[in-house]
Design a protein around this ligand. Sequence first.
Ligand SMILES: [Zn+2]
Ligand SMILES: [Zn+2]
Length: 246
Amino acid sequence: MAADNFQSNMVLETTPSGEDRPQRLLIDCGSDARHSLRNLGFMPNDFDGVYISHLHSDHIGGLEWMALANYFVFDGHRTQLFAARELLDPLWEHSLRGGLETSDHGNSKLSSYFDVVPLTPKDGFDWKGMHFDVIPTPHVVTPENTMYSFALFGTGTEKSFFLTTDAIFNPKDHMAFYKKADIIFQDCELGPRHSGVHAHYDELITLPDDVKAKMWLYHYQAYDKPDAVADGFCGFIDPEQSFDLG
Ligand SMILES: [Zn+2]
Ligand SMILES: [Zn+2]
């Protein structure tokens, strides 16, 4: 099935006091980021940081483009690369090294292109006056292994938000974050198939009304959308939709 939407490349923008231009954090950089960001008028050097939730290509597939464009086209513009520490080696060894290792500045590493910031869930990280909790959440669970995605709970001066990233339906572990967030961005699968690696709409609809009332749905497939507002949700996020996070 063809997608009728972009991947979940999210731009968090803030202008801290004392700065004359907005600072931007890109939350996940999928393989179509080049096109979706261009539609918003952004180039790779418009970002000060990138956060990576997990290693599927719809979340990291644009990093090689970003690295090469910043290095060669935008005068070596550097962004911070925030990711859970355990993702960094496999990100380089299994996903990026083939295209980025050999360059004109000798054998390169991830740190040749990005200011790498390894994260631990215990500490989270701060970015431009906001604090982010980093929450490991099961995404692909098999008998041999569990692949985690790292959700974010962001706290700003006025509002907080919970961004599930890709995650199985997990009300037990997520409820505390659902309850305390002012706004929830929830991975939502549509269609007849329940993949078992994303929360499905049929599952999300069973959440308490007060949770659904602040929940926006994203990462959905190109099936006909149910009437999410009638079902108590805020709705499905459209491409280029923006939110005021205070
Ligand atoms: Zn995924
Ligand atoms: Zn995904």
